[in-house]
Ligand binder design. Structure first.
Ligand SMILES: [Zn+2]
Length: 343
């Protein structure tokens, strides 16, 4: 007879899986959406934000796992909201991206002899009301860049993800792309095709069509010596969050002063509205060239809108026996409590 824990305890590779932490992080976002829905004037927007508040508040309240004989848990079903800013769903998504990029890298390492460059393409910091239009520019510029002959000469494919950081003091935003590009081994030897940092910057500036010099960070990805000289671990680190939750949620938990609480809530709501609007309908993550081909070949689903339950895309062996255990988020207790289990 297996022991079923009264409180959710999920441990993977010796590390605690932080279900409670991510659920707790999602709650202030739900509160913010609710406040916005109350304060906003048009009926259409009211409903839009109210709907998001309900989705986020209910996100991940019921988790059903398969519990195996060694007590390990594998998530089987859950009610994730898939709202882009939801910390719970963002965490699941980043694990998913990590898993997918790792799988593609495994395939590359077996079949090709690529080397990799890690690039960060930035624009100037901008204020909140310009974030959406600046993202338009950023996405267009990246497309232009990929069409440049200098890039076509060297790129075997890329993985690209958007990151936005927010500075609370200056209240400005810093959107940028992290890109991993696969190149042939010969890239570093052939001087006519090799792109210096200066050349990368010039190309990016011309694609952005700006008169300032944007920052482009270029690094050669070094294989992880500890892990069989594999590129996988170094590269999968890029699978980052689009926005870290403390860049749009200010913690008011330990504050007593009512004026300060209301100030913090207003700032939170402004940041949530800005980012919610700016991220709508954006391709937060993209694969190009060989990355795209292999993504398709391996039958991997959409990183942003796809399944957030079975993240590693592995088919579970059906011959392994398990019991089904369900945990429910308990609001007062602020943790996951056992709801039921069946053999
Ligand atoms: Zn969610």
């Amino acid at each position: 007879m297996q022991i079923v824990n009264e409180i959710l305890e999920d441990v993977k590779n010796g590390k605690k899986v932080e279900w409670k932490k991510y659920k707790m992080n999602s709650l202030p976002l739900g509160d913010s959406y609710l406040r916005i829905s109350k304060n906003i004037s048009t009926e259409l927007n009211k409903n839009y934000f109210l709907n998001k508040a309900i989705l986020v508040k209910n996100c991940g309240t019921i988790l059903t796992f398969k519990q195996f004989i060694d007590s390990s848990l594998k998530l089987h079903s859950a009610n994730f909201c898939k709202v882009r800013l939801c910390p719970m769903c963002t965490w699941r998504r980043s694990l998913k991206i990590f898993g997918q990029v790792s799988k593609i890298m495994d395939y590359f390492e077996k079949n090709f002899e690529y080397k990799y460059i890690f690039l960060t393409f930035t624009v100037k910091n901008i204020s909140s009301h310009l974030l959406s239009s600046e993202l338009d520019n950023l996405f267009k510029a990246f497309k232009r860049l990929m069409r440049k002959k200098e890039l076509k000469n060297i790129s075997k494919g890329f993985f690209r993800c958007l990151e936005i950081t927010h500075n609370w003091e200056r209240d400005d935003y810093h959107p940028h792309f992290h890109v991993i590009m696969a190149v042939n081994k010969s890239y570093f030897k052939k001087s006519d095709k090799y792109l210096t940092q200066k050349k990368w910057t010039e190309l990016w500036q011309s694609c952005l069509k700006v008169n300032y010099i944007p920052v482009v960070d270029v690094r050669v990805v070094k294989p992880d010596i500890v892990n069989n000289k594999s590129y996988k671990t170094s590269i999968a680190e890029v699978a980052k969050y689009t926005v870290k939750s403390n860049d749009y949620l200010l913690n008011t938990k330990d504050i007593k002063n009512k004026k300060l609480i209301s100030y913090f809530e207003n700032r939170t709501d402004e940041a949530v509205m800005t980012l919610d609007r700016a991220l709508q309908n954006r391709r937060l993550v993209a694969f190009g060239g060989k990355f795209k081909e292999v993504h398709k070949k391996l039958n991997l689903d959409d990183t942003v809108n796809g399944d957030l339950i079975n993240l590693d895309n592995n088919i579970l062996r059906e011959d392994l026996s398990y019991i089904s255990v369900t945990y429910k988020w308990n609001i007062g207790f602020q943790n996951y409590k056992l709801l039921n289990f069946c053999v």
